[in-house]
Design a protein around this ligand. Sequence first.
Ligand SMILES: C=C1C[C@]23C[C@@]1(O)CC[C@H]2[C@@]12CC[C@H](O)[C@@](C)(C(=O)O1)[C@H]2[C@@H]3C(=O)O
Ligand SMILES: O=C(O)CCC(=O)C(=O)O
Ligand SMILES: [Fe+2]
Length: 342
Amino acid sequence: MVVLSNQSALNELFLAKTCNPPTMFTEVPVVDLSRPDAKTIMVKACQEIGLFKVVNHGIPLEVITRLENEALKFFMQSQSHKDKAGPPDPFGYGSKRIGTNGDLGWVEYLLLSTNPDIVSPKTLQLFHQNPQVFRLCVEEYIGAVKKMCCEVLEEMGEGLGMGERNVFSRMIREERSDSCLRVNRYPACPELKEEGALSGRNLIGFGEHTDPQILSVLRSNNTSGLQICLPDGTWVSIPPDPSSFFVNVGDLLQVMTNGRFRSVKHRVLADSSLSRLSMIYFGGPCLDEKIGPLPSLVSREEENLYRELTWREYKNAAYKTRLSDDRITLFQKSADHTHKQT
Ligand SMILES: C=C1C[C@]23C[C@@]1(O)CC[C@H]2[C@@]12CC[C@H](O)[C@@](C)(C(=O)O1)[C@H]2[C@@H]3C(=O)O
Ligand SMILES: O=C(O)CCC(=O)C(=O)O
Ligand SMILES: [Fe+2]
């Protein structure tokens, strides 16, 4: 359970003003991976919204539910037990604190590297505390979701008319790809519906942000909460669908497509009666990968909107920012905040 200790921390978790009941976004683009029009629909969705839903994704339900059940078993343990796998370094178990720069959310989570060779002390502790089955479920899930992520990126490559369809996917397939898996649990917060100070307020589960990597692949249980910001600035709720995956564009993909694809701002609100469990795969390149607009995606008349940075440089700088900061400006040509340390 997420424990909030003082009033000021608590206030920070709430949206400044109570929002109207969230508008359900009924027009989420649906990409059927088994259909030939998949690439066209996903390119349009990435340009206009930055998010789409994938059906016929080929990931067996058992692989998803096995990991979901193991994660739930972990989260149901005592706080002192869970804390042994935290605080995150950045991997491991975390509660309420997101990143290291003061962001708070009504959430507890596990953050894991997808590279089996990068097992941080906190992750080792986590795997050690739990039967070997947890590690196997994580590996099985990562293998399946990574494969699907690469398939999506290849369809995108084709849809964008790039000569080679694997320009994006090879970055994720790389053995040293810096990808990670996050499992978030947002406990229900009954105080939101009770009479009192919290009644009718919105509780931030995970504050607004864009994902820094290339592509994020999200699966959640049947609890709503995920919201995206549309190009006109309105926030809309994404109806949950546990049998599908939601894919969103990350900052690096916005940069590589020279702004054609939109790294979509999103956030999660907590619910008064249902807890939400989400598992997100963040597909990132190797730390040394140089990221900038791809020449094949910048037409002659267009100018390069972004300069080139390695993923290491961008990630180091991004991880020094607050969740809601506009990090992509670090790629802007006038910006000079390269952080060269490892
Ligand atoms: C506040 C932060 C948490 C975050 C690192 C950061 O400084 C800014 C980006 C955040 C984010 C968002 C997407 C992923 O959940 C995440 C793991 C990532 O790569 O960037 C988190 C970072 C985190 O939780 O450490
Ligand atoms: O938990 C969710 O549904 C989304 C969380 C998120 O956006 C993130 O972890 O980056
Ligand atoms: Fe995110």
